[in-house]
Design a protein around this ligand. Structure first.
Ligand SMILES: Cc1cc2nc3c(=O)[nH]c(=O)nc-3n(C[C@H](O)[C@H](O)[C@H](O)COP(=O)(O)O)c2cc1C
Length: 189
């Protein structure tokens, strides 16, 4: 079974990210090849990067970094659930990515984005550039949800329509392919 971490990128009070993350978590759980875990950046609450050494050296001084490193090391694959903030992705996500390097390398990442008309696609495009610097493999089949609030009910539950559900299945299928392939590659290192 592959260890899939689902990262909730937004941290503000009243955010909608957890509703979308719960949905993709439930969808991923139906794929028995993955064991899923939610990583909520608001809960993890990393400070701004405060390590003196480059992350590639893995000479971490802070307990929060050591803990974050262990969490990401145990992952075989990621799904990042991200909104779009001013055509980009939220700053806490960049910070959480920058804390580490080798822990991300040769691991695949799928995206669930949400927003207005553009469905958070600009945020994902910006993110792809960053994750490839860490040699992560971004999955082409991302789930981009425009006008996402219409799918969130009064209980704050996200209800996917057929089209969104299908795009999630496509993304998970591709994610599995890359998870298998990249695990072999990591084993060769
Ligand atoms: C600082 C900020 C900037 C935003 N910029 C965009 C944007 O560029 N594109 C977009 O589609 N929505 C934008 N929005 C609206 C978000 O899609 C919406 O608020 C969404 O709920 C944010 O995700 P969150 O609730 O998980 O924080 C922005 C919202 C905030 C708070």
């Amino acid at each position: 079974m592959y260890n899939l971490k689902i990262i909730i990128a937004s941290t503000r009070p009243g955010r909608k990210g957890p509703a979308l993350a719960d949905w993709i978590f439930d969808t991923a759980k139906k794929h028995t090849e993955f064991s899923g875990e939610l990583l909520d950046l608001a809960e993890i609450n990393l400070p701004f990067l405060d390590e003196p050494n480059h992350p590639r050296m893995q000479q971490y001084e802070k307990e929060h970094t050591k803990k974050w490193s262990a969490t990401i090391t145990s992952a075989d694959a990621f799904i990042i659930v991200t909104p779009e903030y001013n055509f980009g992705y939220p700053a806490p996500l960049k910070n959480a990515l920058d804390f580490l390097y080798n822990e991300w390398t040769y691991k695949p990442v799928g995206f669930v984005s949400y927003g207005g008309m553009a469905g958070g696609t600009r945020s994902v495009q910006a993110l792809k550039q960053v994750v490839t610097a860490m040699k992560m493999v971004p999955i082409v089949e991302s789930v981009n949800i425009p006008f996402f609030t219409k799918h969130i009910d009064e209980q704050n539950k996200f209800n996917a329509d057929e089209h969104i559900q299908k795009s999630a299945e496509e993304m998970l299928k591709e994610l599995l392919k890359w998870t298998e392939t990249l695990q072999q590659l990591r084993n060769k290192k």
